[in-house]
Each structure stands twice: as structure tokens, then as C-alpha cells.
Design a protein around this ligand. Structure first.
Ligand code: DSN
Length: 436
């Protein structure tokens, strides 16, 4: 068998799975807020021959030969990331968001040290201190929640908790919170209590660089982000830092490293081996795209679409957590619809309607995370596909019909025909040759 065989010849089963997945992505409306359709250019770089190379170390300080061109690519990715976010330092090697956050813990905290994190059930991430995750198992997490009435973060409560608990690090950031985050206020609290501030902007990075959300980089000590969500790059992550370790004398008096060096050595050799050079090339491509003026339009359109979708849903009587959104994300609370603990049922019914969402806990959900009472939606993918405010009505009606029918599959079938009509008008990857 020739090394150069196409996928369809060498593995027709996987080739067929890719074609069927492409059809699913083309036909459906993708509303999972952490998903997106990346560009053809990003797909090409991710699938490129850079996957063949090993390059432990950092540019100009590698452990293997043959890295002249890899160095050029990684330096370009670093410089573009710095320009895009206005950062003093960028590490582009983290394999994904969880390893990026893990590297920050490894660099700044000792085992069992305490930190403040946003509770998963209020809209934080697993790596912000969940008891089943490394962050909750190896370190002492004190969680903050949203307010029971407003369902929003109350910065006075965060400040009081920080003063009381004296954490070594405070994490800001979200995976299921539909409101703007005041990173400047988090930084002020962190400085008041001598804590590091880690801002995890994985969900909103595209909005941040497009000017549709406050940028934490001027404030936070460390910022992590995945590159594949609203930022629309390949699966991966980066870490942005200040150079200076503001708390050096307090927490690292014996270290000669600045903050950027602490983070770099936590990523490699602390946690990772060779970077994924194909993915880093694709990150550079995505950052280049995000530096273009069109990206700002896209970022603002994501928010306009989310606000319109939220309004349309509420006009059909659907209850939203916080009654709206400031970002790309909407969380439906199905408890008032008699659907407590029925997130899975509605997610499955929406799958039948070719609308992809994920079940999610809502704040103070009495039901379990596996059968929660919420549905999480987001608009990055449909915005990348070219949909605007005028398309949100059809999508909202489809969602509302399925929810109001309590997941009736006959209703879902009818909704599917309107969704297929809609998606036909927004072709995905026209002309892409995915099998070589
Ligand atoms: N899985 C991502 C999300 O859906 O928000 C976070 O890691």
C-alpha cells in the first residue's frame, strides 16, 4: 500500500464516517456554544505535514534537529497572539484548555493551596475547582456562585469571600454564564488580597478580540483560552501572561523566573512533551484571520444573533437564566416548563429536529448533571455560517415548539423540515475536498 494513499482507499470506514459527519454538520443547526465551523485554511494547516515533526522546547531552544521551519511558525503564532490580545507574552503550546489551566496551577500554586473558582453548577468550568477534576482534587477550591435571585455574579460577594479566605489565586471565566464578566473588578480584588488572577476566556476569546467583550489581558496576571471556540481556530489553547510576577517576593522569593518563565516551564517540561506543530501552524492561521477587520463584524454579529435569539425565545414563553444574554450564550431554564431534570430528553428530541444543543445544569438545579434541567445554546457556529438576526426567528420557533411539546418526536420531525430548508441556504465548506 502506498504511503500516499487517500483516506477513502486506505480506510473507507473512517472516510465514510467523515462524510456522514460532514452531512450532519451541513444539515443541522449547530447551537453548542463551545463549537464552531473553522475555516478551510485552518483545516488544511491542521491536516498538514507539520504533524510529522517533534520539537520539544521553545523556538531556538529545541532538543531535536530540523526545527528551523517549525521555529518560524511558532514564532509567528506567538507574535500574532500577542498582537491580537495585546499581551506581553504568549505560550502557544498547550494541547487544549484543561492542560493550559493545569499548567497555570502547576506554575503558581503548591499542592493543597487554596483558590477561588466559579462553581461548575453556576457556570464555571471543571478545571475551576470541580471536586472530580485535578483542580478540586489536588488544590483547595473555594467556590463562588451566582446570586439566587439575579442569577448573576455579585462582585461584592466575591470580594467578601476573597477577603475571608485569602486565596492564592482567583479564577474568572465561564462555560455556562450568559452575562459579561468584569475582569477589571476581579483583578482589583486579586490585588487587594495578594492573589494571582487567572482569567479563562475560552468561550469568549472571539468576542474579546473582536471588541464585543471586555479584554482581561490588560488586567489579569494570566489569561488562558482555547483556540477553537468563538476564536474559530483549531482544537488547542494558548496562555497569555504578564512578564512581571507581581507576587514574586511573597510566593516565589527563591525563583529567578519571571511570570512568563514560570508559565513556560510549567507547560514544557512540566506537563507536556512535544508541541503539536500542525495545530500551532493552524493557530497562527486563525490568529491572522482574527486580526482582520471582518473578524470584528463576526464577533459583534455573534452577540446580535444571541440577543435576538434570546428575545425570540422569550416571546414564545421560554424561560432563560438571567432573562437574556450579553455574550454568545443562552441558558434555558426548563423548570418552569415542567421539565425539571429533563435536559437529556429535550437534547435528544432536538437532535431529531436537527438542532444540536447540550443539556446543562441551571444555577441551583435540583436535578443531576447527567439529567439536568437546562439547555445551553450559543451562536458562534451559526454566525460563522452566515446567519443573521432574520434567521433567529425560525430557530427560536423550532426550539420553542420542541420544548413546549415536552420533546414530542412528531413535533421534532416537523421542526426538522423547517431546519433543513434553512440550512440549505447556508452551504458549509463549498468545494472542500476532504478526502484528498
Ligand atoms: N467542553 C467545553 C464546553 O462545552 O464549554 C468546555 O471545556
Amino acid at each position: 500500500m502506498s504511503l500516499m494513499n487517500n483516506l477513502s482507499d486506505s480506510d473507507p470506514i473512517i472516510a465514510d464516517a467523515i462524510l456522514r459527519e460532514l452531512k450532519r454538520q451541513e444539515e443541522g443547526v449547530e447551537l453548542i456554544p463551545s463549537e464552531n465551523y473553522t475555516t478551510k485554511a485552518v483545516l488544511q494547516a491542521t491536516g498538514s505535514i507539520f504533524t510529522n515533526k517533534y520539537s520539544e522546547g521553545y523556538p531556538k531552544k529545541r532538543y531535536y534537529g530540523g526545527n528551523e521551519i517549525v521555529d518560524e511558525v511558532e514564532i509567528l503564532a506567538i507574535e500574532r497572539a500577542k498582537e491580537l490580545f495585546g499581551a506581553e507574552h504568549a505560550n502557544v503550546q498547550p494541547y487544549s484548555g484543561s492542560p493550559a489551566n493545569q499548567a497555570v496551577f502547576f506554575a503558581l500554586l503548591n499542592l493543597k493551596d487554596n483558590f477561588l473558582g466559579f462553581n461548575l453548577t453556576s457556570g464555571g468550568h471543571l478545571t475551576h475547582g470541580s471536586h472530580v477534576n485535578f483542580s478540586g482534587k489536588n488544590y483547595t477550591c473555594i467556590s463562588y456562585d451566582v446570586d439566587k435571585e439575579t442569577e448573576m455574579i455579585d462582585m461584592d460577594v466575591v470580594r467578601k469571600l476573597a477577603i475571608q479566605e485569602k486565596p492564592k489565586m482567583i479564577i474568572s471565566g465561564l462555560t455556562a454564564y450568559s452575562r459579561a464578566i468584569d475582569f477589571k473588578a476581579f483583578q482589583e480584588i486579586a490585588e487587594e488580597v495578594d492573589a494571582y488572577h487567572l482569567a479563562d476566556i475560552s468561550h469568549i476569546a472571539g468576542l474579546v478580540v473582536g471588541g464585543a467583550h471586555q479584554n482581561p489581558v490588560p488586567y489579569a496576571d494570566v489569561v488562558t483560552t482555547t483556540t477553537h471556540k468563538s476564536l474559530r481556530g483549531p482544537r488547542g489553547a494558548i496562555i497569555l501572561t504578564k512578564l512581571e510576577d507581581r507576587l514574586h517576593d511573597l510566593y516565589h522569593p527563591d525563583s529567578k523566573k519571571n511570570l512568563a518563565q514560570l508559565i513556560d516551564s510549567a507547560v514544557f517540561p512540566g506537563l507536556q512533551g512535544g508541541p503539536h506543530d500542525n495545530v500551532n501552524a493552524a493557530k497562527a492561521v486563525a490568529f491572522n484571520d482574527a486580526l482582520k477587520p471582518e473578524f470584528k463584524t463576526y464577533a459583534h454579529q455573534i452577540v446580535k444573533n444571541a440577543k435576538t435569539l434570546a428575545d425570540e425565545l422569550m416571546s414564545h414563553g421560554i424561560k432563560l437564566v438571567t432573562n437574556g444574554t450579553d455574550n454568545h450564550l443562552i441558558l434555558i431554564d426548563m423548570r418552569p416548563h415542567g421539565l425539571t431534570g429533563e435536559g437529556k430528553l429535550i437534547q435528544n428530541a432536538l437532535d431529531e429536529a436537527a438542532i444540536t444543543v447540550n443539556k446543562n445544569t441551571v444555577p441551583y438545579d435540583p436535578a443531576s448533571p447527567f439529567n439536568p434541567s437546562g439547555i445551553r445554546l450559543g451562536t458562534p457556529a451559526i454566525t460563522s455560517r452566515g446567519m443573521k438576526e432574520s434567521e433567529m426567528g425560525v430557530i427560536a420557533k423550532g426550539l420553542a415548539d420542541v420544548i413546549n411539546s415536552k420533546g414530542d418526536l412528531e413535533v421534532a420531525k416537523k421542526v426538522k423540515s423547517t431546519i433543513l430548508e434553512l440550512t440549505k441556504q447556508f452551504p458549509l465548506y463549498p468545494g472542500l475536498s476532504i478526502l484528498g
